[in-house]
Design a protein around this ligand. Sequence first.
Ligand SMILES: [Zn+2]
Length: 444
Amino acid sequence: MRKRRKRRRLLLSVLLIAALSLLFLKAFIPSGETVPSDNFFAGHAAPAYDPSLKHPPAITDSVDGDRWEQSKLPEYKHLITSREIAAGDTLTAIFDNYGIDKTVLHHILSADEPILALDVLRPGNRLTFTFDHGTNQLICMELFIHPGSRIRYNRVDETSFDYQEITIPGEWKQELLTGEINGNFYVSALKSGLTDQETGNVTELFRDHIRFSSDIRPGDRFQVIRSRQCVEGEFTGQSRIEGIRIFRGSRIHTAFLFDDGNYYDKKGNSLARAFRRFPMVGNYSVSSHFSKARRNPITRRIAPHYGVDFAMPTGTPILSAGDGVVTRIRNHPFAGKYIEIQHGSQYTTRYLHLSRILVRQGQTVERGQRIALSGNTGRSTGPHLHFELHVRGRPVNPLTADIPMASAVPDERRADFNRLVGELTAMMELPQKVAFHRNNDGGN
Ligand SMILES: [Zn+2]
């Protein structure tokens, strides 16, 4: 008896559940509409890509900050994904993450050899990868550096890429920064709005004229005209100091950036220390000249040669071309062991294919200091030094470029220079800044 009642109760519950389910379904599924199973994820926030693609799971697992989008052009349905560089990111890890073959990275690094732009990925830079929709092959990688500068690596054929620099000049906006030095120049300069690096450049510029640690007295003042690059209203992070006046007691120290890339005082005398045109002792023959389009002796491809090659036996001492700070020490598959040195705000030098490096990153070096021994590392046909000089980020021929020779503005450019000094000085003396100082002093 008990058993039967139990069974009946069970049957009733099952019926009740079935009836309720039917009611539920009727309420929530509009009649006459079916949900096709192959379109189950339609409207779902899944990545908009073709699921038949055989990308490794790492890609569909969308790393933080990744975006998937399909090209709007119907005839080129490329797959584009983009990733912002975070601290600690390496190219190898990023390529691994996207499942891109190591040989592809190798081909891109080969294309990057003339500019070595991929050796300095910084947080905030962005890499965008474009894959062919059909073959799944990487056809383009773009490095976004800032709104005014991008580099695109385009596939040429199965084994090579080329590069394309996209620069937007934008506009440079001048501004005046002023301050009184109370205590130390560094602190006062930062307070006025100068960055760490800009402050370093100012002290570097006057290093032969002012000992900032002991020569400055309370009440000394400074005026700086800084220019910052803007592209479409967005600040690119690029800036330059165009004029400086430091009022030290009864003396005024001045520096003005002329269009030849050098700083001069108001009388037109160069502030930069002399530069070496040859970063070694003795004469070595030039085995390959600076060229915008040279046939690479190994790859046979036409690519720029942004330096000068000096044939020399491995182990030849290499000297810093000028005073500066070591900003890069790398071991590149094609450039080999190399050093980059920043000389003030305008100049950079690079020394490639070294056998031994004798300095550390961040180290201050002097003109003529021994920094390395030459070698034959990386992609090289024989022992030589590849030497590069960059002015404001652009490679120039070190054998012919105007380099700071510790001289003065040439006579024929004197009128232009005087006009520039006049304009910048007038800007420094704008009345609103006088008001600014008055307010600072507490009025009246
Ligand atoms: Zn070279």
